[in-house]
Design a protein around this ligand. Structure first.
Ligand SMILES: Cc1cc2nc3c(=O)[nH]c(=O)nc-3n(C[C@H](O)[C@H](O)[C@H](O)COP(=O)(O)OP(=O)(O)OC[C@H]3O[C@@H](n4cnc5c(N)ncnc54)[C@H](O)[C@@H]3O)c2cc1C
Length: 452
């Protein structure tokens, strides 16, 4: 508006577009639109800050992260800090809402309530309850509700599950250039809500009991939900690494999973990734865009036995990813935060201590199904058994009370189904979870037609 453009500007490729491009670039370089979302103020190395960042990001709530350490160099942050009452400055992390209200050091439940996430059910009874909101649970929710079942889905952290943490899923049908797990989760949640699924999140199922044809799910806040058919879709959670220093520094430089919320903070630093499977490969590729160098510590002699070839090729072609095979973490060092790690090489039998600020652990996952122990049959690792796996020498499971064998994807209790990563023998992939979640709905219909 403030520039005098020559007219006629023919040919525009020479006399108009370049001038406009320059003007727009100048404007873009200086323009800072006022931020109107939630601000989160905290220390970079605080586990509580990390957990809030992760929670907001995974629930697709836009927020601005303000690192308190920058208050001395960034005048805006300094002014913001100075404007806060002393008691709020002491109780970090601090969440500041667009209307100016603040929650110092809040629980996730308090933030969830404030941003309008739903943790309590509208009804006491549902045709179908789904525990777990990963790809398998979301697919079951979409199919269940779209076929007329009153459906509730209970999710402990944020819909999307493990897949929601993936920076790029490249092998899911229909997305030739891949899509992020966050995007997949957002689309699936919209689809489920459009069909009327009630999503309770963050909310955890902590107990299960049976009363005749009813299945009663106990929730972490003490409430109970009753349903006819129950779908277990609780997936798996990261296996913990039992190495000195790791537990103490988790959240303060050490993270389980790819923790994409931390990627930007690793700008121009060295990042260590432990693991040799696809999830570790994807994380390394993602961090390589921000970090100076990504070092992958892999226990085995190569990646070929554990990682898809397309990812191995991408890693080889990325110059700032460095692969250290035959290497395991021996110890994590640091007082308040991660400062160094000791890495043992099984080939040379040497242990080296190197400086490190960020370490991401992805060493496989296990189900957490203890809350189901008294009700459904599981294998020795906690994966839930289903279908023909429940028949021993042709005999049906103990307590089985209907005159048929357990169906495909059905557990040792009629009307309780299991899908996705938590099912014993399942293929741990997004597409197979989605497939199982969708298919299981037809078995739910068959079951309901007999009991209702
Ligand atoms: C980083 C990463 C990258 C991956 N990349 C790919 C890929 O590129 N392609 C691919 O095909 N697969 C990929 N996978 C694997 C894929 O994500 C999983 O196989 C898939 O997510 C399994 O789906 P699920 O629904 O069974 O379980 P999950 O995705 O694990 O979801 C289970 C959900 O249940 C919730 N839950 C658990 N217990 C409870 C409870 N008691 N109460 C309430 N909620 C509970 C959890 O919070 C979680 O959200 C990747 C995995 C990871 C971790």
């Amino acid at each position: 508006m403030h520039h005098y453009l020559l007219k006629p500007w023919d040919p525009p490729q020479e006399n108009l577009y370049p001038v406009l491009d320059d003007l727009l670039a100048d404007w873009q370089a200086d323009y800072r639109p006022p931020f109107e979302g939630i601000s989160l103020l905290g220390h970079r190395w605080s586990p509580a800050s990390h957990s809030l960042k992760d929670f907001l990001a995974r629930n697709h709530v836009p927020y601005r992260w303000i690192e308190i350490e920058t208050a001395k160099t960034d005048t805006e942050v300094g002014q913001l800090l100075a404007s806060l009452p002393e008691e709020d400055q002491q109780r970090l992390p601090l969440v500041i809402f667009p209307d100016g209200t603040r929650l110092p050091d809040p629980s996730l439940a308090a933030v969830a309530e404030r941003i309008g996430l739903k943790t309590r059910a509208n009804e006491a009874f549902y045709d179908l309850a789904i525990v777990g909101g990963g790809p398998a649970g979301l697919a079951a929710a979409v199919y269940g509700a779209s076929e007329g079942l009153r459906t509730v889905m209970i999710e402990r952290e944020a819909p999307g599950g493990q897949a929601g943490r993936s920076s790029r899923i490249e092998n899911y049908l229909g997305f030739p250039v891949g899509l992020s797990g966050g995007d997949l989760a957002r689309r699936a949640v919209m689809q489920a809500q459009r069909f009327g699924v009630e999503i309770l999140s963050p909310q955890e199922a902590i107990g299960l009991r049976l009363e005749g044809p009813y299945r009663l799910i106990k929730l972490a806040d003490g409430a109970e939900i009753i349903c006819h058919a129950l779908m277990l879709a609780t997936g798996v959670q990261w296996r913990k690494l039992d190495v000195p220093g790791v537990e103490r520094l988790t959240g303060a430089g050490i993270y389980y999973g790819a923790a994409m919320t931390e990627a930007l903070s690793c700008q121009d630093e060295d990042v260590y990734v432990i693991g040799g499977a696809n999830s570790a490969g994807q994380a390394a590729m993602n961090f390589s865009k921000y970090a100076r160098r990504v070092v992958m510590l892999v226990r085995g002699p190569s990646l070929s036995a554990t990682m898809s070839q397309y990812l191995i090729d991408q890693i080889k072609a990325t110059p700032n990813i460095h692969l250290e095979c035959n290497s395991v973490l021996a110890e994590a060092h640091g007082e308040e935060r991660l400062e160094a790690i000791s890495v043992h090489c099984s080939e040379s039998n040497e242990t080296n201590k190197v400086p490190a600020t960020s370490l991401f652990i992805m060493i496989g996952a296990m189900p957490r199904t203890d809350w189901l122990a008294e009700v459904v049959e599981r294998d020795e690792l906690g994966f839930v058994l289903s279908g023909s796996d429940l028949l021993r020498a042709g005999k049906r499971p103990r307590g089985w009370q209907v005159d048929r064998d357990p169906g495909l994807l059905e557990t040792s209790v009629p009307g309780i189904f299991v899908v996705g990563g938590v099912r014993c023998g399942s293929v741990k992939r997004v597409a197979s979870g989605v497939g199982e979640g969708s298919v299981a709905i037809s078995f739910v219909h068959q079951y309901l037609s007999k009991v209702v």
